[in-house]
Design a protein around this ligand. Structure first.
Ligand SMILES: [Zn+2]
Length: 198
């Protein structure tokens, strides 16, 4: 079955999004083509506007509309604590849970399966940031799954000879869940119950 090139392009573009297989991208594309014109226009404009108005913070690598981000710029925060997370969605989750220190966003996690190495993440800037001083505790808050634990071990190794207290969030997060899926209460407990890494 031949389809207009523009439709193929839309299906392909949607199919490049995480978690969207060929069937889903086709379904979404035809939904957009059948919907009111303003639905498609609003989606397209929202994508471009968000992409153009956000930037990566040069200090913590969080996403915000200002750089440095509003969290790094907030003088009211406890600047001696760093919470290391995988991505900006985790920052949002810990903010809701009431955490009031600073962050460092890795922009992913080490994954042999996906070919992601420490060098592809913001590990080096993290080590440099910690060495610059001012931080007394680094809490590793990568996800409690295989790759998240592996990434935490690697970070612990890289930060071992820095003079900071190194901690890992508690194991209260149910197996198979990610940080963005659990409640604020569980996340607050996970920080509260953090353990020291030797
Ligand atoms: Zn920042």
């Amino acid at each position: 079955m031949s389809r207009p090139k523009s439709v193929e392009r839309l299906i392909e573009s949607l199919g490049r999004l995480p978690g969207i297989g060929p069937k889903t991208s086709e379904r979404l594309a035809f939904h957009l083509l059948r919907a009111e014109p303003k639905v498609a226009r609003e989606l397209a404009e929202a994508i471009v506007a968000a992409r153009n108005s956000t930037r990566v913070c040069p200090t913590c690598f969080n996403l915000d509309e200002v750089a440095p981000c509003s969290i790094c710029a907030d003088e009211e925060r406890d600047r001696s604590r760093l919470l290391v997370v995988e991505d900006p969605r985790d920052v949002a989750a810990f903010e809701t849970a009431g955490y009031r220190g600073l962050y460092h966003v890795l922009q992913g996690r080490v994954s042999a399966l996906e070919g992601i190495r420490a060098e592809d993440l913001t590990v080096k800037p993290l080590v440099e940031r910690v060495r610059e001083g001012g931080v007394t505790e680094v809490c590793l808050a990568t996800n409690p799954d295989l790759e998240g634990e592996g990434t935490a071990s690697l970070l612990a190794e890289r930060l071992r000879d820095t003079p900071v207290r190194l901690t890992r969030i508690a194991r209260g997060i149910p197996a198979g869940s990610t940080i963005v899926q659990v409640s604020s209460a569980i996340l607050a407990d996970a920080i509260e119950g953090r353990r020291d890494l030797g």
